[in-house]
Design a protein around this ligand. Sequence first.
Ligand code: AMP
Ligand code: GLY
Length: 420
Amino acid sequence: MKVMVIGSGGREHTIVRKIKENKDVTEIFVLPGNGGMAEDATCVNIGAKDIEGMVAFAVENQIDFAVVAPDDPLVLGAVDALEKVGVPCFGPNARAAILEGSKVFSKNLMKQYNIPTAAYEIFDNMEAALTYLDTAPIPTVIKADGLALGKGVVIAMTREEAKDAVKSMMADKIFGASGDHIVVEEFLTGPEVSVLAFTDGKTMIPMVSSMDHKRALDGDMGLNTGGMGTIAPNPYYTEAIAKECMETIFIPTMEAMNQEDRTFKGCLYFGLMLTPNGVKVIEYNCRFGDPETQVVLPLLESDLLTIMQHIAKGTLAEAEVKFSNKSACCVIMASEGYPQKYETGFPITLPENNETIYIAGAKKEGDAILSGGGRVLGVTEVADTLAEAIQKSYATVETVSFENAYYRKDIGQKALAAEV
Ligand code: AMP
Ligand code: GLY
């Protein structure tokens, strides 16, 4: 069986490794992938947004199954295009991917179906937004409607900052058309939990919970990044909270999408905040999170490809989805300077056994693998306890090296403190 994975980061490397475990798989292609994955899959130089290119490749190479991992191609309709030529896919179609593609859509959906989320106002007129901000409660949160490379959210501590954010989105168009509409949202507080869930629109199976560390520096300081590390399970996510989420958020979201004739199939990502007034949705993503995937999938004991195939067929209820009771920790090693300016092209030294090192940004040159991105790789270790997983991950980090490597030293510390 020939499988194609769309995307290029650490999330995709994790998915590729997991799919490789399936005995029926003869070949895995990754479009475009990166040089650090070349031992696990054949990298094909077709970009993740080149939908025509991926369709042509799938037809030509008689691909049996495709996994579309990143947000952009999902929102652009990669699944629709691949299914049209008869390639079964894992991932939502464009009608369902709008759950991530438009914050205006997702906020309105939550309001209409009573799914708990931050109170909000929507604006398509800058003057109206600025007037509203004269009296709105502060701090406040400004969000661009569309995809913005994960940078479209501004937490404004003052009215000035809030207005500046609105102007840069709506007048200066720093995110292009994504800023045509904006959401101004109530500022919430509380621990954050990421829950990824498998769903085919009929059945909803949450995976083990996780915690991301989005800020660049220790102690949650510095700029927002794509994620500097993750742990799973998230100790804040108790059984009682899981039950509350299933009843008030997960199932209602699946049913709301069905009602809207936008049945969601794939991995639905719930970004949650455990506020003093109950659990609220901070954001939906229409895909596996990165780097949440690097701790969640290593704990999956069942066969990932089989689950994905069941979802594509609408028979998720028949799939075995089992997670281990262990804990996982992923430490991201980035290029010094990320998420702003950084240098790449430095040789990466990896330990011989690197089955749980997921390469996010690298290129291959001869036999060498060179750093090739802001986030270069993620080091994941699994152990019986969270404390051990953290300790093991940092021990492995010591065996990986490249010039200008930067990583946070405190991944998992907040979670450890919450355990006791
Ligand atoms: P996002 O880019 O949607 O993942 O948001 C980035 C981060 O902004 C989230 O992980 C939260 O930490 C924070 N955030 C988003 N919305 C809110 C909110 N309404 N209140 C407080 N923090 C928020
Ligand atoms: N880790 C957050 C995301 O994938 O969007």
